[in-house]
Design a protein around this ligand. Structure first.
Ligand code: HEM
Length: 372
């Protein structure tokens, strides 16, 4: 790996992307589907250009192969998750071939043997980690779990809380996410959501915010009804409680980043409780979509303190400001385990502010709603 020039790969893709990401993705998929037609049915029925999710993610991951040690837990989750598409080890060389053929095509004269070898080596490392993890999964573990929607509660015009019921228990841990396919409404479209309750039964609560133009969130917020079928992928993510730690907890969430933090509180309650502060940040009072539950939790658990910070609404009588700043100004959190979940900007700011205020980096776990 030492001699893979990842900066060279990034520069090469920068040049390729200059032809337009849609054109590049179209070439990639045309090659893949013509050459390996058996892969077509793994992808959504309509491959409208703006919906490409694989090529960009693929390049982003492969060109960061110099951080492979840090990427391994994510790649292992991703490899296990790809079983739900029907992706087997044999498909990885096909995708690698389509990627390299596409890059060569758009590189023209700047394509070199070194670029070829570096792309192949970097892709090979990532693919081996993913397919290796998928092969290690116990054969009795399903590639997905079937579920029914049992309740849709539209909390704001763009946010719904869904209750879904699986046929068999789903093996997630509180704080982890699950990819969800609305198989009745949008077959073969998958997006990650995070359960808001700890595992243990068959019921899972999901918080879904409408993303403009997002087919899955639109289906789940606008059209979903009890009885609609879902498929759920395997668990994903590292933002879980450290079983060896007894430190108090600080949880900081924005928007539906509240969901995993509620799951963690649910898990703590089942384990007997631990001093915990939950900070939920929103721009306006209208965005406090789970107020009733937050009040209930604060009332029920003496070890839990709930603080809501509002940045842009003068009606709010509680703490005002962006949640990262409010929380950092509220005390010394250096002896706490911290979890942060929300938009990429909110997470970046909050984590940086907490580190600057003295919280050791290795006590902070975070998840954002950005792409891989
Ligand atoms: C190193 C190899 C690979 C990497 C790093 C990779 C990575 C990813 C990532 C990160 C996504 C999700 C993108 C998102 O949701 O934003 C994705 C989606 C997907 N991947 Fe892979 N993948 C790889 C290989 C494969 C292979 C071999 C197949 C099977 C032919 C495959 C099939 C798919 C499909 C069907 C999707 C969903 C695409 C969509 O919704 O439009 N991937 N991949």
């Amino acid at each position: 790996m030492a001699d893979i020039d990842t900066a060279g790969l990034k520069a090469n893709f920068g040049e390729v992307a200059g032809h337009g990401p849609d054109v590049v993705a179209q070439y990639f998929y045309s090659y893949l589907f013509l050459r390996y037609p058996e892969t077509r049915d793994m992808f959504p029925p309509s491959m409208a250009k703006q919906r490409d999710r694989l090529v960009g993610a693929l390049v982003r991951i492969v060109t960061n192969v110099d951080n492979i040690a840090e990427l391994v837990p994510y790649l292992e989750d991703l490899g296990r998750d790809h079983r739900k598409f029907g992706a087997l080890s044999a498909h990885y060389p096909a995708v690698g071939e389509a990627l390299i053929t596409t890059l060569r095509h758009f590189s023209g004269d700047s394509w070199t043997e070194k670029l070829h070898d570096d792309w192949a080596a970097a892709y090979g490392l990532v693919a081996a980690t993913m397919s290796g993890a998928a092969e290690k999964v116990d054969a009795s573990e399903p590639a997905w779990w079937d579920a029914d929607i049992t309740e849709v509660d539209l909390r704001t015009f763009d946010l719904a809380v869904l209750k879904v019921r699986t046929e068999t228990p789903h093996p997630y841990v509180a704080g982890q996410s699950i990819s969800v396919e609305p198989s009745t409404l949008r077959p073969r479209e998958w997006r990650l959501y995070t359960p808001a309750n700890a595992p243990g039964g068959l019921e899972i609560e999901l918080h879904v915010r409408l993303i403009d133009g997002g087919p899955v969130s639109t289906a789940l917020v606008r059209s979903a009804a009890p009885g609609d079928k879902l498929r759920l992928g395997p668990p994903f993510g590292q933002m879980v409680l450290d079983p060896a730690s007894r430190r108090p907890l600080l949880l900081v969430g924005g928007s539906t980043g509240l969901a995993p933090l509620k799951a963690v509180i649910d898990q703590l309650a089942r384990d007997g409780g631990r001093p915990t502060h939950l900070y939920f940040g929103a721009r306006s009072v209208r965005e406090i979509y789970d107020r009733k539950d937050l009040d209930l939790l604060a009332e029920r658990y003496p070890w839990l303190t709930v603080v809501i910070a509002i940045s842009d609404d003068i009606r709010w009588k509680g703490p005002r400001g962006v949640v990262g700043k409010v929380v950092a100004n509220a005390g010394d959190w250096s002896s706490h385990d911290v979890m942060v979940c929300g938009s990429p900007a909110m997470v970046k700011f909050t984590v940086a502010t907490l580190i600057a205020s003295g919280v050791p980096e290795n006590q902070i776990k975070f998840e954002d709603f950005g792409d891989a």
